[in-house]
Design a protein around this ligand. Structure first.
Ligand SMILES: Nc1ncnc2c1ncn2[C@@H]1O[C@H](COP(=O)(O)OP(=O)(O)OP(=O)(O)O)[C@@H](O)[C@H]1O
Length: 358
């Protein structure tokens, strides 16, 4: 379990992390979200003692990371996949980590196998692709079979199979009762991977809840309806004071009327509908609304007809701050690496100009 208590980090005048508190429980995957520069990596670095908090503290299973006698079996962390000696093979990188932490050689072979790196483990690290480096970083994080796993953007650079593999790995670790904290900018992926979310913006906690509670912040009060009699339906709805906007040639986006009332109104007026689709906001929609004003690095707008995205009703700013309720822990024992079997832990293939080590 990770406990973040009133944690603050200042770099000169810049407050990177601003008095945040949250708990990452055992047996769950917690997604750590926020725009670029929100303070996610700084928080993760403080948990494992790579940054000294200006105030507050981060505890790992009730203790500071620095006081752990066996840190690699307490916390496995992927922060920077490139943080490996480029002239060393992946195998030797992991073996040296194992040797200095009293971890048996057999565990190195296990994590290489788990991460699908068997075919390239003897290649020099400088020849690794981004995805191979990410897998190596994950292998290092898992080396000590840690109770807590912290992965900073683990799917960065992974192919679609690799993304699914990380999802299954995270779910598997949580099912084993481990604590899993993952940051990512891939919202659709987070929606499928995480149980809980902590969202930060400009160093402050914006939301801390289950995925379900987070999604319930969306208004979800719009319905897409299609008909060959759009003008007639438009008029009927406007007469009732319902908000309507045209979509393509035959559609209307209707806001503030439930599907049953909409269908009844159309039937009573002999307007045949050929589609009626309630619009469900995605995690990305809710996240974008929540963090819209928290983005430190803004891109310039594209011309309107090139934009896609949210379009759900804005979430009231006051509605975004709330704490999660009690969290159930589940410990399910499974056979070894079933997550790898679910999607196949395909060996990473790839050519490299580096010499294989003997
Ligand atoms: N060593 C440092 N010195 C000065 N400022 C720093 C340092 N490290 C981070 N920052 C600043 O702290 C803020 C938070 O950075 P951090 O890397 O934690 O954000 P992040 O949420 O991980 O962003 P990203 O999604 O882009 O990785 C940023 O404004 C960053 O520029």
């Amino acid at each position: 379990m990770l406990e973040i208590r009133n944690l603050t980090k200042k770099y000169g005048a810049k407050t990177a992390v601003d008095n945040i508190s949250f708990t990452v429980p055992n047996g769950k995957v917690t997604g750590f979200l926020g725009p670029n520069g929100a303070g996610k990596s700084t928080t993760m670095r403080m948990i494992v003692g790579l940054e000294k908090p200006t105030s507050g503290q981060a505890l790992v299973d009730g203790e500071k990371y620095a006081s752990k006698s066996s840190p690699l079996s307490s916390v496995g962390v992927l922060l920077d996949a490139k943080a490996m000696h480029p002239g060393r093979s992946g195998l030797n990188h992991l073996r040296s980590l194992a040797l200095t932490h009293g971890i048996p050689k057999s565990r190195v072979d296990e994590v290489i196998d788990m991460t699908g790196l068997s075919a390239v483990a003897k290649k020099k690290v400088r020849g690794f692709s981004l995805g191979m480096g990410q897998r190596m970083g994950i292998a290092a994080a898992l080396l000590g079979d840690p109770q807590n796993v912290i992965l900073d953007e683990p799917v960065n650079g992974l192919d679609p199979e690799g993304v699914i593999w990380v999802r299954n790995l995270a779910r598997y670790l949580a099912s084993e009762g481990k604590t899993v904290l993952i940051s990512s900018h891939l919202m659709s992926e987070m929606a499928q991977t995480a149980d809980d979310l902590v969202v930060i913006g400009r160093g402050r906690v914006l939301a801390n809840s289950s995925i379900q509670d987070f999604l319930s912040l969306a208004a979800n009060d719009r319905i897409l309806v299609r008909t060959d009699h759009r003008e007639q339906l438009d008029r009927l709805l406007q007469e009732r004071g319902t908000s309507v906007s045209p979509i393509e040639t035959d559609g209307l986006m209707v806001q503030g009327l439930d599907a049953r009332s909409l269908a009844r109104l159309a039937a009573e007026s002999n307007v045949l509908l050929h589609e009626i689709t309630p619009q469900i906001a995605s995690l990305e929609d809710v996240y974008m609304n929540m963090t819209r004003d928290e983005v430190e690095y803004n891109s310039s707008d594209l011309p309107e007809n090139h934009q896609t995205g949210a379009g759900v009703s804005p979430v009231a700013p006051g509605a975004t701050m709330y704490e999660s309720n009690g969290i159930n822990q589940s410990n399910t024992t499974q056979e070894s690496t079933p997550w790898a079997d679910q999607q196949g832990s395909r060996a990473v293939s790839g050519t490299t100009s580096q010499q294989e080590e003997n």
